[in-house]
Design a protein around this ligand. Sequence first.
Ligand SMILES: Nc1ncnc2c1ncn2[C@@H]1O[C@H](COP(=O)(O)OP(=O)(O)OP(=O)(O)O)[C@@H](O)[C@H]1O
Length: 265
Amino acid sequence: MNDMRLTERAVDTNQLKITARDVQVFYGDNHAIKDVTVDIQDKTVTAFIGPSGCGKSTFLRCLNRMNDTIDICRVEGKILLDDEDIYDKRVDPVQLRAKVGMVFQKPNPFPKSIYDNVAYGPKIHGLARSKTELDEIVETSLRRAALWDEVKDRLTAPGTGLSGGQQQRLCIARAVATSPEVLLMDEPCSALDPIATAQVEELIDDLRSRFSVVIVTHSMQQAARVSQKTAFFHLGNLVEFDDTTKIFTNPEDPRTESYITGRIG
Ligand SMILES: Nc1ncnc2c1ncn2[C@@H]1O[C@H](COP(=O)(O)OP(=O)(O)OP(=O)(O)O)[C@@H](O)[C@H]1O
């Protein structure tokens, strides 16, 4: 699969960003994530793959406490962001989610202008001291999301009026605007056509030069193209976690091999 990979920018990928230890997730009696231990590196794209219902999205949502919003959901174990326990009582989940941003499967811009979609986060987190600074953040974020040229002349138009691919890049700009340290993406291309998918994949590789990206994907081709590390989940277990090339060429576990060769899933 090597020939299909995007050109990778040279960045230092050694530093750890997120450390998860013995994580369990329960939805009522359903034990959805079992004893997951994993290290997520900075400036690296990590892909979560595995059959439907194996817990990829559930585990992803643990990383910015998005599961807090689900009443019956209970998370146990430790998740550290730069050595800080994100489940500590003193951590404000809203602040955490600015640091650990999220992009969802379906583009979900606010019913506001393109400008306001991006300006919202910096405004509520007090990241701009003046209108000029806010304008700068909006422009930089839209540029980082490779959307600026397409929208710079219609910033006051509604975000919901953009094409699906543009809306997803707007959501990426919105997430990037609060200067996150980690960006979580839950099947960000599944509602996009192949051209918009290619644009977002190119963008993911670019974003990696600034922060850690974790992506849930159903597409093994996409995982192989965009990620450096891959985690294979099966029935709530993290079966194998390794360099993406190793997972796709020489996996250790027979369950990983069955999945990547299409025998399970
Ligand atoms: N909001 C929820 N309430 C109750 N159970 C849930 C909820 N979300 C997920 N689950 C359950 O947790 C388990 C893991 O689901 P999850 O969506 O994390 O898997 P997934 O690997 O992301 O699946 P898919 O690839 O189909 O999106 C499943 O048994 C699912 O039914």
